[in-house]
Design a binder for this molecule. Sequence first.
Ligand SMILES: Cc1cc2nc3c(=O)[nH]c(=O)nc-3n(C[C@H](O)[C@H](O)[C@H](O)COP(=O)(O)OP(=O)(O)OC[C@H]3O[C@@H](n4cnc5c(N)ncnc54)[C@H](O)[C@@H]3O)c2cc1C
Length: 501
Amino acid sequence: MLIKDTNWQREVDVVVVGFGGAGAPAAITAHDQGAKVLIVEKQPQCSHHNNTDMSGGGFINVNDPEKAVRYIESFYKVDDDLYWTDPEVIRVWAEYVSHNREWIESLGGKVRFFHSGGEQPGPGSECIDMYFYRGWGWGLMKFLKQQVADRNIPVMYDTPAKKLLTNDNGEVLGVRVAQGDEGGGQTVDIRARRAVIMTLGGFEFDEEMKLNYLKVYPTHFYGTPANSGDGHRMVMELGADLWHMNSCSARLVGKFPDFPISFTMDLGGKNWLLRQISGKETEDVCGYIMVDRDAKRFTSENFKMHTLYYELTVYDSHRRLHPRVPSFWIFDHKRIDSGPLPILMAGPSGPVRLYTWSNDNSTEIAKGWIVKADTVAELARKLELDPDTLEQTVTSYNGYCQQGHDPEFDRKPSDLVPISNPPYYAVKMWPGGPNTQGGPKRNHRAQILNVDGDPIARLYAAGEFGSVYGMLYPSGGGNIAECIAFGRIAGEHAAREEPGR
Ligand SMILES: Cc1cc2nc3c(=O)[nH]c(=O)nc-3n(C[C@H](O)[C@H](O)[C@H](O)COP(=O)(O)OP(=O)(O)OC[C@H]3O[C@@H](n4cnc5c(N)ncnc54)[C@H](O)[C@@H]3O)c2cc1C
């Protein structure tokens, strides 16, 4: 928004918009380079939850930047001229991500090694090391907030940014915010002498954007409803180019009409999800399958955690529906007995406690979130699936378990556990996951680019707000890795800008 004769009510060097896993490293870095920094955050302090504190807190550290470049290029290079992400951006990503662990530990943070190897097989995959912050995403955000507090960096909570303010040349001069938005919001214009860094997350909770940009609708996310595309609209107004808008690292999630946030399900029970991510053998897993609207299996159920999403986008134009939306998770009493259906380390049922899932799943059965029946045919009727087909699907699957071989989808033998312990259960599953990746295109300095490919002066981005990841996600821990890397890059360059006039 072009602004003339403004009466600036507050003035700093760098304004960071959004207080999450990218905003905090950006603010810390800019501050440590000598800039006077202010963070503005949409949510009130008492109820502030972002994707970072709801996350698992896993992050990548690459052990060889050259190999990391080869690895990412092996699935981001479409042809000689076309890349999901520009090679220069990949190069700087690799370089900074190789220092992620060191950066956290140098500030006193505590991490633990999880496993090595990327999610996409290919050259250089072995350079990916994945770590978890101790205390998951909750612990990571607590640590980052403490770092911000220790530096006396002010945070204006309950203050959504509404507009970016520019001069005649399109140079960003500051941000218009609504202070105390929950109470109506008083407009405050904040001057940013050096730069504005945008770290407001994705568009996970904007239905219109998801309908228009993602590959399948609906897609339900399990992070904060505050990430609703505000920043995307603000930078589009300034002519920003967009990238990765159709990409998200997602799979199938549980989503129920009377609760706004979706859940990641631990399908096989007992930390099955973590074992899937690490590629470790699953022991003592509970029997389950995933079926489509025709009551048939369509996957080995040993799917890639961050890319199954794309397999759900199949569309039947004759029936005018997505046959895999929703899908149905079918299991038996063994899984109910093995504990709460969702994971408890992240998401709404994680440490943020936005929802307390009952230990024996009884509350969710009573609510109808989990459908229960004495027989498979009765379960099918309750789900409005064809009973004969579902019975046939379960019978065939149980036969494969006996043989120790799945001729249809080659599910790994240790996961071939029969569904034979009544009663039977099902949960409707939807495309969904942690976050969107799309947003403004950025360069290797984290500057936001306009549609001509030029940086919009004094405007930076980091984190999932225009993440560097295109269709395929390199590994669990990718998003937090880039929050730290590009938060630091944006903070360094923003602090070095000459103050504008
Ligand atoms: C349950 C879950 C598990 C995950 N697990 C992992 C994992 O283990 N590893 C991994 O790498 N990734 C994981 N992810 C993804 C990862 O957590 C996120 O992509 C990353 O944390 C995003 O950080 P961010 O700073 O970009 O956004 P956020 O941390 O969401 O911060 C954005 C902030 O911007 C604020 N905001 C929004 N609009 C405005 C506005 N108008 N004005 C001011 N502020 C605004 C929001 O309130 C929020 O505080 C997970 C995500 C979820 C939801």
